[in-house]
Design a protein around this ligand. Structure first.
Ligand SMILES: C[S@@+](CC[C@H](N)C(=O)[O-])C[C@H]1O[C@@H](n2cnc3c(N)ncnc32)[C@H](O)[C@@H]1O
Length: 474
């Protein structure tokens, strides 16, 4: 029927489960599809049935996703072989016919989740589908069309049912971008640090941020540029700032290195173990070059995120960042003008005046305000929020009147700590009254006192070590 959305089967990878729905939703909307609230997602299952407006949207989605492995045009499904067959018999012949013609070769693949099928069992399954009106010849090596029979044996490897719980049959359309996880692995990257973002998560962040070709993406806490790489891969021009001169050091363009520069001959520390000094290609620009993405590199500046360096009117399409939590890296900001003046009097003007207390509450406040002011309307802010689990509710996520919360996805770090990947979208122009928006007391409570997340993190760690020591003495 004209106008009726077709159904597609998505086969997802069973990792990063908490990030999958937000990735797929973001990408469907990026590819021009509207996300219907009626989509039924079995969140932990590798099989999702989606209603999409066209095959073009399904293909667009697969050009971006790192969470899904493949997408199929769904021809039938059921809870038993009989149900599947009857569903296939009801699938409109007109929809099938273009792919079953005599001039097209084909192949049928059988895939079972949570069970290994023998070759004989697979052939049995294929034979049972002979009622389908295939007219072309089988070609196992290079078929024109590939069809998949997918069987779902549930999630429990210790309790595998004899018969599948769900069966699906469909025409394979495209694979996702799972290969990127290996080809962009930080293990093989020239320049890394101890907080370099894992490649898969970096792509997930760019997808949550709906980064697209020709966008300008900014990371205010750029580190080794792990997040810039993912955005550049999707065709965005990228730039960033970091307070740490030695992280940024080595870049060809020094024009933007502001008053923070200390010893100009200072050589960056090595990014890998057993290596003393950083090599000439260990910088963010060279990282992009490594992947053929140098043309997307705008610049990386030494700058403090607590002090905006951008002119009014500058706009970014997305801000994608991993702020410092004070766990593996210091949270710092530059000192006040007064402090700087004092240092200059003492003859230490070549040194950056850095105070060590850029509290998480201030980092979050500055970040949201910056995003509210410098994002385009519809642009997204994607960042990690550290959370002390016992205190977490959605209410503690920092808000801003210009930013709408799109998703919050948990990654567990320990028994008592997590970090949430927060995605917000700018929905309203930044006005004068938004300058000093007051955060509701309750919202920021967990982040309010002096580095409270850091304190709780370490107090939890200390308690755990004490408990482990006590247990080992028993
Ligand atoms: C978690 S790391 C970012 C890692 C990065 N995503 C990567 O892939 O390498 C946080 C970074 O924030 C930087 N930083 C800390 N305080 C800052 C500040 N006030 N302004 C700008 N950068 C800051 C640190 O130097 C560190 O490189």
């Amino acid at each position: 029927m004209a106008g009726l959305k077709r159904r597609y089967l998505l086969l997802l990878a069973q990792e990063n489960l908490a990030f999958r729905a937000a990735e797929i939703k973001s990408l469907v909307s990026l590819c021009g599809g509207r996300w219907s609230s009626q989509q039924e997602l079995r969140l932990n299952s590798p099989f999702w049935i989606l209603s999409l407006p066209s095959e073009g949207v399904a293909r667009g989605l697969m050009k971006r996703t790192v969470c899904a492995k493949s997408v199929f045009e769904l021809w039938g499904h059921g809870k038993s072989a009989e149900e599947l067959h009857s569903s296939l018999r009801n699938y409109p012949v007109d929809n099938m016919a273009p792919y079953l013609q005599s001039n097209f070769t084909y192949k049928i693949k059988v895939h079972a989740f949570n069970k290994t099928l023998t070759q004989e069992e697979k052939i049995q399954r294929i034979d049972s589908l002979e009622f389908l009106p295939f007219e072309g010849k089988v070609n196992l090596k290079k078929p024109d069309n590939t069809f998949w029979l997918l069987e779902d044996y549930g999630m429990d490897p210790n309790n595998i049912p004899k018969q599948p719980l769900n069966l699906y049959f469909g025409r394979w359309i495209a694979n996702g971008q799972r290969d990127l996880i290996e080809s962009y692995s930080v293990k093989k990257r020239h320049f890394i640090g101890n907080t370099s973002m894992d490649a898969c998560l970096a792509f997930i962040m760019a997808n949550h941020g709906r980064v697209k070709p020709n966008d300008v993406v900014f990371d205010p806490f750029v580190g080794t540029g792990g997040l810039l790489i993912a955005s550049a891969h999707f065709g965005a021009y990228v730039c960033g700032t970091d307070i740490d001169y030695s992280t940024v050091h080595g870049l060809a363009c020094h024009a933007f290195e502001f008053y923070f520069l200390h010893n100009s001959l200072h050589q960056g520390k090595a990014s890998r173990k057993n290596q003393k000094w950083r090599g000439p290609d260990e910088n963010i620009r060279a990282n992009l070059r490594q992947y053929g993405l140098e043309k997307y590199y705008l610049d990386v500046l030494v700058s403090d995120a607590s002090r905006t360096i951008w002119k009014k009117g500058v706009q970014f399409d997305a801000i994608i960042t991993d702020p410092p939590y004070g766990i593996r890296e210091a949270t710092r900001r530059t000192g006040s003008q007064k402090e700087m003046a004092k240092m200059a009097e003492r003859g230490t003007e070549n040194h950056i005046s850095i105070s060590s207390n850029y509290h998480l509450s201030d980092i979050l406040f500055d970040l949201l305000k910056f995003a509210a002011e410098y994002l385009v309307i519809g642009g997204r802010l994607v960042y990690w929020l550290p959370v002390y689990k016992p205190e977490y509710t959605e209410e503690i996520i920092p808000r801003h009147p210009c930013l709408k919360l799109i998703s919050n996805c948990e990654q567990t770090l320990s028994s008592h700590t997590s970090r949430y990947l927060i995605t917000m979208e700018k929905v309203k122009e930044f006005e004068d009254e938004d300058h000093d928006f007051h955060i509701l007391e309750s919202q920021y409570l967990p982040y309010k006192s002096h580095n409270s997340f850091r304190d709780k993190y370490f107090s939890g760690v200390t308690k755990r070590i004490a408990k482990e020591e006590k247990d080992s003495q028993k």
